[in-house]
Write a protein that binds this ligand. Structure first.
Ligand code: CO8
Length: 258
C-alpha cells in the first residue's frame, strides 16, 4: 500500500516505520495515524517480520497531535469520532516487539506514541514532554497514565502541569527510556537491538511482551501466575527444546517458531 505520511521498509526480519511529515515535525494527523495503524497491522501479520522499529526524523520523532487539524473541532466532533481512539488501540494490539527510536522532539501525542512502544532508545538530542496544558487540553492517548507508571507521580505531574521538556539524560535516569546513544548512532543501535530480538523464538518474544505488559494491568500475584503459566506453556514448544539443547551443546540455538 502507498503511504503519504510514513515510510515503511522491511529488511531481513525488521520492519522500520518512519513518520514522515517533515514540514510539521511529524505532527500526528488523522491520515498519519490511519496509515501507521495499517502499517503496524501489516507488519504484525507479516510472517517475515520479527521486530518493528518506529522512528521519526533527526529533528522530531513527533511534535504531538496536529494542532492545525484539531484546533476548530468541537467536543461533539471529538467524541463521536473517538478521535485517535481506534488508532491508539491498533498500536497497543500489535503482538510483535516494537522499539521506538527517538531523536529530537517527542511531545504530547509523540511522547505518548513512543510510550506505547515496548521500549524507547533515545538519541542524545531527544526531548520528551507533555505540553498539552499550554494548549488548554490534557493528554489524550495515554500520557497521564503511562508517563505516571514509567517515571512516577511527582515527575509525571511536573511534566504535565508545567509542560516542560525532559532531555534524554533525564529520561534515562527516570526510567522513561532504556538507553541513550549519540544521535548519529540511533538507527544503528535500534537496528542492532531489533536484529538481536529477531534471532529469538518469535513465540518467546511475544510471550515476554504479553507477560511484561501484564504488570501494568493486574495485581502482582495475578501477573506472576500469568508469567508462570506462560513459562510452563513454553515447554510445549520445540523452541524450548532447541534453546536448552543448544545451551548444553555449547552452540547457538536455531529457533524455528515451533
Ligand atoms: N501540530 C501541527 N504543526 C506543528 C506541530 C503540531 N503539534 N508542532 C510543530 N508544528 C509545525 C509548526 O506549526 C511549523 O509549521 P510552519 O512552518 O508551517 O509554521 C513547523 O512544524 C515547525 O515548527 P516550529 O517552527 O514551531 O519549530 P521550532 O523548532 O521553532 O519549535 C517545537 C519546535 C518546540 C516542537 C514547537 O513546534 C512546538 O512547540 N510544537 C507544538 C508541541 C505541542 O504542543 N505538542 C502537543 C500537541 S497536543 C497533543 O499532542 C495531544 C495528544 C493527544 C491527542 C489524542 C486525542 C485523543
Amino acid at each position: 500500500m502507498a503511504y503519504e505520511t510514513i515510510i515503511v521498509e522491511v529488511e531481513d526480519h525488521v520492519a522500520t516505520i518512519k513518520l514522515n511529515r517533515p514540514d510539521a515535525l511529524n505532527a500526528l494527523n488523522s491520515q498519519l495515524m490511519r496509515e501507521l495503524s495499517d502499517a503496524l497491522r501489516d507488519a504484525d501479520g507479516n510472517e517475515k517480520v520479527r521486530c518493528i522499529i518506529l522512528t521519526g526524523s533527526a529533528k522530531a520523532f513527533a511534535a504531538g497531535a496536529d494542532i492545525k487539524e484539531m484546533s476548530d473541532k468541537s467536543f461533539v466532533d471529538m467524541f463521536l469520532s473517538d478521535y485517535f481512539g481506534k488508532e491508539h488501540d491498533a498500536v497497543t494490539r500489535v503482538r510483535k516487539p516494537i522499539i521506538a527510536a527517538v531523536a529530537g522532539y517527542a511531545l504530547g501525542g509523540g511522547c505518548e506514541l513512543a510510550m506505547m512502544c515496548d521500549f524507547i532508545i533515545a538519541a542524545d538530542n531527544a526531548k520528551f514532554g507533555q505540553p498539552e496544558i499550554n494548549l488548554g487540553v490534557v493528554a489524550g492517548i495515554g500520557g497521564t497514565q503511562r508517563l505516571t507508571r514509567f517515571v512516577g507521580k511527582s515527575k509525571a505531574m511536573d511534566m504535565h502541569l508545567t509542560g516542560r521538556f525532559m532531555d534524554a539524560e533525564e529520561a534515562e535516569r527516570s526510567g522513561l527510556v532504556s538507553r541513550v546513544v549519540p544521535a548519529k548512532q540511533l538507527m544503528a543501535e535500534a537496528e542492532a537491538a531489533a536484529n538481536k530480538i529477531a534471532e529469538k523464538s518469535r513465540m518467546t518474544a511475544m510471550a515476554v511482551k504479553e507477560s511484561v505488559n501484564r504488570a501494568f494491568e493486574t495485581t502482582m500475584s495475578e501477573g506472576i501466575l500469568f508469567e508462570r503459566r506462560m513459562f510452563h506453556a513454553m515447554f510445549a514448544t520445540e523452541d524450548q527444546n532447541e534453546g536448552m539443547e543448544a545451551f548444553l551443546e555449547k552452540r547457538t540455538a536455531q529457533f524455528r517458531d515451533k
